[in-house]
Design a protein around this ligand. Sequence first.
Ligand code: PAF
Length: 288
Amino acid sequence: MQTVTTIKNLAAVIKHWKRLGLSIALVPTMGNLHAGHLKLVSEAKAKADKVVVSIFVNPTQFSMGEDFDTYPRTHSQDAALLAALDVDVLFLPGVTEIYPSPIRTLVSVSVISDLHCGVSRPRHFDGVATIVCKLFNIVQPDIAFFGEKDFQQLAIIRTMVRDLNIPVIIVSVPTVREADGLAMSSRNSYLTPEQREIAPKLYQSLRAAQQGVLAGTHAFSHIEQHERQLLRLAGFAVEYFSICRVTDLLPANPSDNDLVILAAAKLGKTRLIDNIQFKIKALTVDSP
Ligand code: PAF
């Protein structure tokens, strides 16, 4: 595996591959790799001739007071994991390589970026869409891989690619979970042992809400309120817990059948997000 830190050197590698007619996959990450990332990489390996993994803790997607400075940076450990998976290139640029001058152009996917995580993290998704767009321009991949744990991020990236005619196929990969159901995340390392015990309750609540919907409960807001309350009692500060339509991430109603329940909650300072996606047969709504 080759580690490349500059856009210029990466461009030379990409040009060579393109000349040979090889397909290129990109797995964008912020590092501190776990089994969820490694699943993205193995899917990428299966689908393309060459795989580039980027590790870049992107400052523009963090707000003041968030964990940009303390975000775990474990580059040598990450590089060893990627080399073992036979990744072709690790792209590891510094902040000034990606943002050499103050950025004047942002990619902003309207409406959907203001919902859910966008409420407590204003402009977060502009930072995400901008860096992903930049990485697409730098790496010029045919295909790129993202985890379903960040469901809203995935929807925003798909929208950006559609709206801007970006010629990259977006592949989503199911969330990888610990044995007790906790979704793998780099931020799980912030949890104290006591918080780590409580953390799987977020996924348990999502499952319980899913069961409620599948059992035919029409009052989605009651399900949401009940689960929010249980999470609060368990020690979470709940940011949102919403039964939504997959198509636009707006609140679902009983006639929708392609659903996702999205949740974000804090345990102490650690913010956890998770979701569960499922289909239901359209329920019969009582006529007035
Ligand atoms: O999901 C992440 O790790 C980041 O948001 C991404 C897509 C690598 C952009 O910085």
